[in-house]
Design a protein around this ligand. Sequence first.
Ligand SMILES: C[S@@+](CC[C@H](N)C(=O)[O-])C[C@H]1O[C@@H](n2cnc3c(N)ncnc32)[C@H](O)[C@@H]1O
Length: 219
Amino acid sequence: MTEDKVKRAYKTSKNIYDDVLTQGNWLAKLYIKIFWGVDDNKLAERVLGFIPNDFSGKLLDIPVGTAIFTYEKYDSLKNAEIVCVDYSEEMLHIAKERFAKISNKKIICEQGDVGALGFENESFDILLSMNGFHAFREKDKAFEETARVLKKGGLFIGCFYIKKEKFLTDLIVKAVLSPKGWFTPPFQTKEELKHILESLYTQVDLYSEKSMVWFRCVK
Ligand SMILES: C[S@@+](CC[C@H](N)C(=O)[O-])C[C@H]1O[C@@H](n2cnc3c(N)ncnc32)[C@H](O)[C@@H]1O
């Protein structure tokens, strides 16, 4: 089943995930340089920059992954209620270990599927989804569910892969990342994504660099 493929993919890569995304060794640097040409650290900074430093509402992070990009920001958001969800228990376990070492103890972690969120309508002020939508299986449901649990006037922010912007990225996604389960098709072009976001949000600010988009949408 596809679910098992996704879980297996993130289970087997949990120990190398952080280094690949943050370019923690020369092989990861080379991989990112050749196939992506975009620095995920900078991308994460831009997305997290959409969260006010004095944010004191409710934030849902899905998928939290290992929290490699977010734990420092969350440590500083002492007055916020933060809920972190991921489909992979293994990735979530690493996130929990990270959160155990920071001083903000009000972060809740739970296993879940973005396509069937167990939260009431309009529960969150901010919904953060970094590097998730290219991995999600049921993308229509994921867009619907993330919009459903966000309050009116709330922010949907994040980043992920879009197709047809860089040949070598599309190639590695098709030849390796999708067959292995780290990514799950179908993917959107920038125009297709804009159309989807505009159907769900009143204000859509969409930016891109090579094959990555980042966005700030208001519900
Ligand atoms: C590339 S990682 C991104 C993690 C983190 N946001 C980051 O930027 O480092 C993708 C994550 O999506 C999770 N995932 C895949 N399908 C999911 C689903 N249906 N619901 C929730 N999480 C899912 C995977 O388990 C994995 O941890």
